[in-house]
Every structure is written in C-alpha cells, then in structure tokens.
Design a protein around this ligand. Structure first.
Ligand code: CP
Ligand code: NVA
Length: 314
C-alpha cells in the first residue's frame, strides 16, 4: 500500500519523536498526510491554529538555520510560541544534568521540547525525565525531522514512495541513518553508498532491513544506476574534526554531473543543507535543474508542523 490508499486517522501511537526506528509505516503516513494538508492550508492562507497557546522549548547544543527557523515559524503558524534555549546560555552548558533540566521544564507548562544535541542518549534521557513530548532535532546518530521532509519531497515529485530508488552517497552519518529508516518503512529502495570505513552503523542497517530494502555498498556506479533520487551530505558533520584520511576517502564520492548522468532521466537531487559546493557536490548539480533542495528545506516546516500537531495536541 502506498500513501495514496492510506486512510488517515488523525492520530499516532507515539509520545515522542526520538528516532524513526520507533515509528510504524502508519505513523509516518499520518505525518505525511497532515503535512500535505498543512502545506495546502498555509499556501491558501487558511488559519490552522492546531496548537493555540502551546509552548515549544527548543534546546540547541549545535548550530542551525533550517531547524531553528522552521520550528519557530511552525509553532507560531500553529498558534503557539517558542522558547529558544541555546545550551551555551542555559545551565545545561555548565553541567546541569538533562534530568534536572527536564524536571524544571516540566514545572513551567512547557508543551513540547525540540532538542538538537550530540548524544542520542541525552535525547532519550530528556524524554524519560520530562512530562512533555520530545522531538529530536538532530543528534550524532539521527535526524528524523530531516528524513520526513525528504520523503515528503520525494512523494511530491513522484506521487509515490513504494519502490522509488533513493541513493545516499557519502558519509554514513545521522542523515543517512534516518533516511534508511524512513525509506525502509515506506517501501522505498534505499542504497547507502559510502567508502570503506565510513559506512552507516551496522545496528541501524540491521534495524532498517527488518522493514525494507536496504543496500550498503562502496560501488558508486551500481549505486547511482537508475536511482530516482540522489542524496548527499557534508563530509564532516557538526562536532567532527576535519581529517585528511576521511576527506580523501570521500572525495571520489562527490555527486557531480557524471554521477547524476548514471541515475534515472527523471532523477532529482536532494541535500539536507548546509552544503559545501566543490566538496560533496558540484555547483552544477546542486544549482541545476534536477535539484529540489529548496522544496526539501521548505518541507521541513510542513513536516515538523505535522509532527508537533500530532505529538503536542495529545
Ligand atoms: N538540515 C538542517 O537540519 O539544517 P540546519 O542545520 O540549518 O538546521
Ligand atoms: N550531517 C550533518 C547534517 C546537518 C544538518 C551534521 O550533523 O552536521
């Protein structure tokens, strides 16, 4: 069954969004359905204050453009408000525990917390200790909100997710992990093409394989062949030091015109952004006619509004 035939229920059986590993295909379809509606309502100027008066706290231990702005605007458009909490400014940055922070936030009528940080275990601890839904806005291991916006973009372009071949090329990182989970659960064929030593986590691959079709390879020609979506991300994620060995290993995995040519004729190019032109992707590809990077960035807003509405209305 693809999204076309799915009958939405307006609810999901989830308290948090920590990783898409916990989400069923139906949970993901609920989000995509609502995101599509919210996008339509916003474009038509129709009011959609599903979270009137609710407050989202946003904890950032890493930089952000898209995540911060799309969550801030998203909660505002839903009738709520946000609190931007840089971990450099709150006591978390001076060693206060996640547990104490969660318990304090719980006393102030916070309706949801979005957190961007390093360790996935900190996000899980926040969810355990607080009395609010927690949304993972990126950790070293996962970036679920990004993957939801990505598959929403793929769906908009191709009208389906089932059997669409998406090839992620580059470092087997947080973005690759969440894409494998989102893709596997929605029937896509996901290929993760990484140089040796920079593959995705074997545990995440094993989890994703329980739900769908995942290939991990270092063969770029095979990976790119007939792909409908080519996706890449930076060589070095936030918190990682630049190192020569990794740079040299990843250089042959640059997405350039020759790689794009191997993909299907109607293939699109995606990148979570920020991008480094000339490193993981060439300017002619990322700025070319097959690139959908700004639709993808826009869809962060709609997908996250759907996530917040489903989690924070409960
Ligand atoms: N793609 C993404 O999460 O972007 P930011 O780091 O700017 O939030
Ligand atoms: N893999 C990148 C994604 C940024 C949105 C990072 O973690 O820095």
């Amino acid at each position: 069954m693809d999204l076309h035939n799915y009958k939405p229920k307006g609810t999901i059986l989830q308290r948090h969004l920590l990783s898409l590993a916990d989400y069923s295909r139906n949970d993901i379809y609920e989000i995509l359905h609502l995101a599509k509606l919210l996008k339509l309502w916003q474009k038509k100027g129709k009011k959609h204050e599903l979270l009137k008066g609710k407050t989202l706290a946003m904890i950032f231990a890493k930089s952000s453009t898209r995540t911060r702005i799309s969550f801030e605007q998203g909660i505002r458009q839903l009738g709520g408000q946000s609190l931007f909490l840089s971990s450099a400014d709150i006591q978390l940055g001076r060693g206060e525990t996640i547990g104490d922070t969660a318990k304090v936030l719980s006393r102030y009528g916070i309706d949801g917390v979005m957190i961007r940080t390093f360790k996935q275990s900190d996000v899980e601890e926040l969810a355990r200790a607080g009395d609010f839904p927690v949304i993972n806005g990126l950790t070293d291991d996962f970036h679920p909100c990004q993957a939801l916006a990505d598959i929403m973009t793929v769906y908009e372009v191709f009208g389906a997710l089932a059997d669409v071949k998406l090839t992620f090329i580059g470092d087997g990182n947080n973005v690759a992990h969440s894409l494998m989970l989102a893709g596997a659960k929605t029937g896509m064929e996901v290929v993760c093409c990484c140089p040796k030593g920079h593959e995705p986590s074997p545990q995440v691959v094993e989890t994703a394989r329980k739900f769908g079709h995942i290939t991990v390879t270092d063969n770029l020609d095979e990976a790119a062949a007939d792909a409908r979506v080519l996706y890449t991300d930076v060589f070095f994620s936030m918190g990682q030091a630049d190192d020569r060995e990794k740079r040299e290993a990843l250089a042959p995995y640059q997405v350039n015109a020759a790689v794009l040519k191997k993909a299907a004729k109607d293939a699109i190019f995606l990148h979570c952004l920020p991008a480094h032109r000339g490193e993981e992707v060439t300017a002619d590809v990322i700025d070319g006619p097959q690139s959908r990077i700004f639709d993808e960035a826009e869809n962060r807003l709609h997908a996250q509004k759907a996530v917040m509405s489903l989690l924070m209305r409960q």
